[in-house]
Design a protein around this ligand. Structure first.
Ligand SMILES: NC(=O)c1ccc[n+]([C@@H]2O[C@H](COP(=O)([O-])OP(=O)(O)OC[C@H]3O[C@@H](n4cnc5c(N)ncnc54)[C@H](OP(=O)(O)O)[C@@H]3O)[C@@H](O)[C@H]2O)c1
Length: 219
């Protein structure tokens, strides 16, 4: 698959590196040519501009801070029509109400993926990869308690969801269909809540029973 990545930071490298290793053609586009080249060289991808990344891929990953989305979508949004757009963003800001000495975050907005879809008419937006840290996506060790790490996907376009599921499997991760784009806001909330648990030193997995012990089981 041809994958354009907009942004050249931690997520671009983590996910892009995995996709290059899986045999995909990846182009990293950034506003700084030097930073695009550095990231691309590090993962074995091609480098380019934001516009080149938007136009390169049948799949485009937005690996940007939420604060940059409006500006970037104003610039490249039209190019994204008809493409699968992966939104991995989180609208984190420090929780100023948290007790002193503790690190916690709140969301500055609660439905980023829906805003991305509104800013890129015709794009087939899928929320994915926003829950875990870039280090996890870059790591080879993602089987915990004998279960492969799962990646919830939210989106409205079946073909786009299949593409992102394939790209998830190519990273040796387990895709999980988690509903339409209207549910992406819950993935965004899961991320900020879970990261809060981790920063507080709690094992987030411990708060969820396995499927076989949950009250709602698949027949
Ligand atoms: N890192 C994680 O562990 C993690 C995990 C899950 C989700 N996420 C989410 O993924 C997204 C990307 O995170 P990241 O860690 O990859 O961020 P990052 O390392 O800070 O990289 C952000 C990239 O966005 C570019 N950028 C910033 N403002 C821009 C603008 N106005 N126009 C064009 N490019 C701009 C930066 O370019 P410059 O270098 O020129 O500023 C940089 O290439 C964020 O929304 C984050 O919440 C991150």
């Amino acid at each position: 698959m041809r994958i354009g990545i907009i942004g050249a930071g931690a997520m671009a490298r983590a996910l892009g590196g995995g996709w290059v290793a899986a045999g995909h053609e990846v182009l990293v586009g950034a506003r700084s040519a030097d930073k695009a080249a550095d990231a691309a060289t590090a993962i074995g991808a091609a480098a380019g501009t934001l516009h080149e990344a938007a136009g390169f891929g049948e799949v485009v990953l937005l690996a940007l801070p939420v604060a940059a989305l409006d500006e970037v979508l104003r610039s490249v949004g039209e190019q994204l029509a008809g493409r699968t757009v992966i939104d991995c963003t989180n609208a984190f800001a420090p929780d100023t109400a948290a007790p002193q000495g503790t690190t916690a975050f709140v969301l500055t907005e609660d439905a980023v993926a829906e805003r991305v879809a509104a800013g890129a008419p015709g794009a087939r937006v899928v929320k994915a990869f926003n829950v875990c840290a870039a280090e996890i996506w870059a790591s080879e060790a993602r089987v915990f308690d004998e279960r492969r790490l799962a990646v919830p996907l939210c989106g409205d376009d079946e073909a786009a969801l299949r593409q992102v599921a394939t790209l998830t499997e190519d990273l040796k991760l387990q895709p999980v269909s988690a509903g339409g784009l209207n549910r992406a806001k819950y993935l965004e909330a899961v991320s900020v809540f879970t990261v809060g648990l981790w920063f507080a030193g709690h094992d987030a997995r411990a708060v969820f029973p396995p499927l076989e012990a949950a009250f709602a089981t698949v027949d």
